[in-house]
Design a protein. Structure first.
Length: 258
């Protein structure tokens, strides 16, 4: 068997924060000896989330079984996800922005069986996945990620389901979104619709598109966590993954004290 070393493009701060969370959790539940120290478990978790390393690939270097890797991953992801900011908490930062950018993305998942298969199939993307709503700031930085909904759900419906539109409107945060949010109203601005628009409206649409394009950086940042390329888990676990990644990304950028 061939082995090699790999790097994880994250700061030491992220590893330290996750290690402290795991150490405090073990103390709270009275956990005794384990195969891996909190810092090693944290490193394993970050290798999975950031680099997308599978359980089987991680088992060898960390000298544990694939089953143990699975338990460590699930424990840590649930722990971090529980500490992730809710929309109401995130609004403390979002409310201070000059404007926000709202967009949706599809996180691909494995094809499901039975009646669930149709719910998670996105006709727009022609693949199975879960819908996640993302709020970015004027610099394209990730501010908040919603829980995962079936991929067949339209972006506007998903935003309303999570209460995003009402929350942004109540906080009077000017928000730029694409045509998928047409009809949102409130604080959410979308492009003018039509084939033969007056020159002024086309100019407004062009300016709107330039601003909204910055929001793609937030989604690009989200996709740098390689586990989201295609998480091999049930759709319900995708929500915990997204919440955990949100908090870890904020810690990486020093925008969350924890």
């Amino acid at each position: 068997m061939l082995t090699y070393r790999a790097t994880i493009p994250l700061s030491t701060r992220t590893l330290t924060h996750l290690s402290e969370l795991l150490r405090a959790h073990r103390g709270a539940i009275g956990s005794r000896w384990r195969r891996l120290e909190p810092s090693r478990q944290a490193l394993l978790v970050l290798a999975h989330l950031r680099n997308g390393d599978t359980r089987a690939r991680l088992a060898g270097p960390f000298a544990v079984s694939a089953t143990t890797v699975w338990r460590y991953l699930r424990e840590a992801v649930d722990l971090v996800a529980a500490a992730a900011p809710t929309l109401e908490q995130a609004m403390r930062r979002i409310g201070r922005l000059a404007y926000a950018i709202l967009d949706g993305t599809l996180i691909p998942i494995d094809r499901l069986g039975g009646s669930q298969n149709r719910r998670y199939y996105s006709g727009r993307h022609r693949r199975h996945g879960v819908n996640a709503q993302v709020i970015g700031d004027p610099y394209g930085r990730l501010m908040w990620i919603s829980a995962a909904l079936p991929g067949s759900i339209h972006d506007l419906k998903a935003a309303r389901t999570h209460g995003i539109i009402d929350t942004l409107t109540k906080a009077a945060v000017a928000t730029f979104a694409d045509k998928g949010y047409r009809g949102a109203r409130g604080a959410v601005a979308v492009p003018f619709y039509g084939r033969h628009l007056p020159t002024r409206m086309r100019e407004v649409n062009s300016a709107h598109a330039k601003v909204r394009a910055i929001g793609e950086r937030a989604i690009a940042t989200l996709k740098t966590w390689k586990v989201l390329a295609k998480p091999h888990c049930c759709p319900q676990r995708a929500t915990s993954l997204l919440a955990a990644i949100l908090l870890l990304q904020l810690i990486k950028e020093q925008r969350e004290s924890g």
